[in-house]
Design a protein around this ligand. Structure first.
Ligand code: ATP
Ligand code: MG
Length: 206
């Protein structure tokens, strides 16, 4: 008899999304397929804890761009949960809220790029967070060694709840996109067309 997995698996991709780009979208889709996630929720941060001293585009614009970039994928959703919450956007608060909404036996997979995973030891209440959800470190063969060090840093819970997944990591960052726009360079094909048009129309990053 086939065993049926009853536990729901949901992916979460948190970020500043200033702006959202193809790197985020490809990563989310690869992780979704690999881990059999029923959906991936994109969660723009209102006030990223690690970007407290950096100017970030108003959440309103970042939310709209994230919604436009994800709408054509029936498995992608956007949540304003962090935008509604005052103060810094701590992932542990978000994960707890999602477990309340979707049921405490839901397996949440928090999707991150290499840079974010390497910083995990500095995250707010990280050990408690690791107990509550899984992390998927989307990486390219090459940065695997450093991720393994992070997994070992957390010991047993690290080995059980931090997963490494080789993805076709694209050399794309929002920082690079903002710089390109400032210089008047093309950002075609590194963001969805709708996002490109929105950035030009609203004159963002000038
Ligand atoms: P910035 O340059 O402003 O920091 P970013 O491109 O890193 O922007 P974020 O919104 O900071 O985008 O990232 C959200 C999450 O997406 C993080 O976990 C980050 O590691 C991951 N990520 C960003 N770019 C990529 C990429 N090209 N491939 C895989 N993951 C990525
Ligand atoms: Mg970043």
């Amino acid at each position: 008899m086939k065993t049926v997995r009853t536990q729901r698996r949901i992916g979460v991709l948190g970020g500043t999304f200033d702006p959202i780009h193809i790197g985020h979208l490809v990563t989310a889709e690869v992780v979704r397929l690999e881990y059999g996630l029923e959906k991936v929720i994109f969660i723009p941060a209102s006030s990223p804890p690690h970007k407290q001293n950096v100017a970030v585009t108003p959440a309103f614009h970042r939310y709209i761009m994230t919604a436009m970039a994800t709408y054509s994928n029936p498995h992608f959703f956007v949540s304003d949960i962090e935008l509604k919450r005052p103060g810094p956007s701590y992932t542990i608060d978000t994960i707890k809220a999602l477990l309340d909404i979707h049921g405490s036996d839901t397996e949440l997979y928090f999707i991150t790029g290499v840079d974010a995973v390497l910083e995990l030891p500095t995250w707010y209440r990280i050990r408690e967070l690791l107990e509550l959800c899984h992390f998927v470190a989307a990486t390219r063969p090459g940065s695997t060694g450093r991720i393994d060090d992070i997994i070992e840093h957390f010991g047993e819970i690290g080995r059980a709840h931090i997963h490494r997944l080789d993805t076709p990591e694209l050399e794309i960052s929002s920082t690079d996109i903002r710089e390109k726009v400032k210089k008047g360079l093309s950002i075609k094909y590194i963001v969805p067309e709708s996002v490109e048009n929105y950035i030009l129309k609203e004159r963002l990053y000038r």
